[in-house]
Design a protein around this ligand. Structure first.
Ligand code: XMP
Length: 515
């Protein structure tokens, strides 16, 4: 399999380089600049891409590309900071310029290059690109020539065609460079000679072979939540090792309406996977009784989940491996220049403590994939669309959508409101446009009037956001028609709610969930 190595110098958009390269059918991995020297040999890539980054090459002690990469003779593409360090290291120079460029710029192609094959640009031979730089190259290393210029970057694109080393000041990986994906494909296919045969079908076959090699005759246990990641992992493992796999679905009592039935129906009945369905609602709700602090709720749920999971794993005779749906963004060690630990905003519940406690090894078959690639793999494995395209659902479930203490009554009210809301989202054809949508039940009662009577009931807040990774999010701009319809239906159909509000907070400053 052909591989591309992406050296991360800390750009906010390094992951997008990986996305574009994989979309061109070439497998790639991102490695931070400070650990790439060793990783380079093991990976044996066909070419290297140097990412952008926040530093200035002119400052001392800023990151550099390792010498073994520069000496390797492989094709190299430097992007933004990657271009600048490449130039500085190969004998050219970089200046700090007053004429900074941020945003859209026009690139004039000044010389034919395989990097620009099939890139047409406008009638004037200009190509729209996205720039974000203060520094710029001002002296080329030997062997290089200019292949493109922009108003404020006379060396916007440079090449040493003989050594197949390229540098671009702009960002081909972002959508604002409409031809950028084509340029990256030119680099990986035409310049580096990659075949472009990496696909989900190929990944699936390789993943199955890898799982068999890792697990041998061992037994694997997998926590199934009904979310996309664990569902895909379960089906993939089942294809690889069949009866050696046992899945455990823990019903915390804080699931949405019909959720447990759907999960059990699909995995046990349809896929014929060995599945333990543990109804632990009373245990969880008992421990949460009277608890209203969000962090305490999360900790109780996380701890109880591990206890229940461990107990069920013992009950089925233990296992040698624990399967997890770890994704690539969790694995990439991000390059941080700020120093110091980041602040915990919310403690996310996962089964992180389990492998040590239970003396199990980990199987993480999708740790090289991005979320939408996991979805594509799910389709490849025949998972129904309704599971593959599902909105994310947090481990602590409805508990973090009921601010304050949790009761059976509140859970029941919230389930009903959430069902109405999502029915309407589907009805209006909006489900796939939205990253995540859900109802929240506020611990506030307000006065209303229904018929001729006074009501004094709960407030329901609706949340819907668009996002690419859940890290930042915008609220979804529903039409008034949609909001009125949902509000009317919830108030008419869900006893216990007499007021509906829509949350128009983005993240940041808000978070997606309310707790
Ligand atoms: P926040 O609320 O932090 O959520 O903006 C970002 C994304 O993460 C999900 N989320 C969780 N997922 N366990 C999970 O598995 C958790 O404890 C948890 N908390 C939040 C949230 O639903 C959103 O998609």
């Amino acid at each position: 399999m052909d591989r591309i190595l992406i050296v991360d110098f800390g750009s906010q958009v390094t992951q997008l380089i990986a996305r574009r390269v994989r979309e061109s059918g070439v497998y790639c991995e991102i490695v931070p600049f400070n650990s790439v020297e060793a990783a380079f040999g093991e990976m044996n890539p066909k070419a290297v891409i140097l990412s952008g980054g926040p530093n200035s090459v002119a400052d001392i002690d800023t990151p550099r590309a390792p010498q073994n990469i520069l000496d390797s003779g492989l094709p190299i593409l430097g992007i933004c900071y990657g271009q600048q360090t490449l130039c500085a290291q190969l004998g050219g120079s970089v200046e700090q310029s007053d004429e900074r460029e941020f945003g859209r710029a026009m690139l004039n192609v000044t010389s034919a290059s395989p990097l620009f094959d099939g890139v047409n640009g406008s009638d004037e031979g200009q190509i729209q690109v996205w720039m974000s730089h203060g520094d710029r190259v001002n002296n080329l290393p030997d062997g290089f020539s200019v292949i493109g210029t922009s108003e404020n970057a006379p060396y916007a694109a440079i090449a040493d065609e003989a050594r197949k080393i390229y540098g671009v000041q702009f960002h081909p990986e972002v959508v604002h460079t409409p031809d950028g994906a084509k340029m990256l494909e030119n680099f990986t296919h035409k310049i580096a000679g990659c075949k472009g045969d990496w696909s989900m079908a190929a990944f699936r076959d390789k993943a199955i072979a890898d799982i068999r090699a890792q697990v041998g005759a061992g037994r694997v246990i997998c926590g199934l939540s009904g979310g996309v990641d664990s569902s895909v992992v379960a089906v993939l493992l089942h294809e690889a090792i069949g009866e050696q796999l046992t899945c455990v679905y823990v019903d915390t009592g804080m699931m949405r309406a019909g959720e447990s039935e759907q999960v059990v129906g699909l995995f046990r009945d349809h896929f014929n996977i060995k599945l333990v369905h543990k109804d632990a609602a009373d245990l969880f709700l008992g421990k949460l009784d009277g608890v209203s602090d969000p962090e305490q709720k999360r900790k109780i749920i996380g701890g109880t989940f591990i206890d229940v999971f461990e107990e069920e794993a013992k009950a089925v005779g233990g296992a040698d491996f624990l399967a997890q749906g770890t994704l690539y963004p969790d694995v990439i060690e991000s390059v941080s220049f700020t120093g110091g630990p980041s602040v915990t905003i919310k403690s996310h519940h996962n089964v992180g403590g389990l492998p040590e406690r239970m003396d199990m090894k980990l199987v993480e078959p999708v740790r090289e994939l991005f979320k939408d690639e996991v979805r594509a793999l799910g389709q490849e494995l025949g998972l129904p669309e309704a599971f593959v395209g599902r909105h994310p659902f947090p481990g602590p479930g409805l508990a973090i959508r009921i601010p304050g203490d949790i009761t059976d009554e509140k859970l029941e009210i919230l389930r009903k409101a959430d069902t109405v809301y999502l029915d309407e989202i589907r009805e209006f054809g909006l489900y796939d446009e939205i990253w995540q949508a859900f109802a929240v039940l506020l611990p506030v009662r307000t006065v209303g009037v229904m018929g001729d009577s006074r009501t004094y009931e709960y407030v329901c807040a609706l949340r819907a956001v668009t996002s690419t990774d859940g890290m930042t999010a915008d609220y979804y701009p529903f039409s008034h028609e949609f909001l009125s319809r949902v509000s009317t239906r919830i108030i008419n159909e869900v006893r216990g709610i007499n007021r509906v509000v829509y949350d128009i907070t983005s993240k940041p400053p808000g978070t997606i969930e309310w707790e």
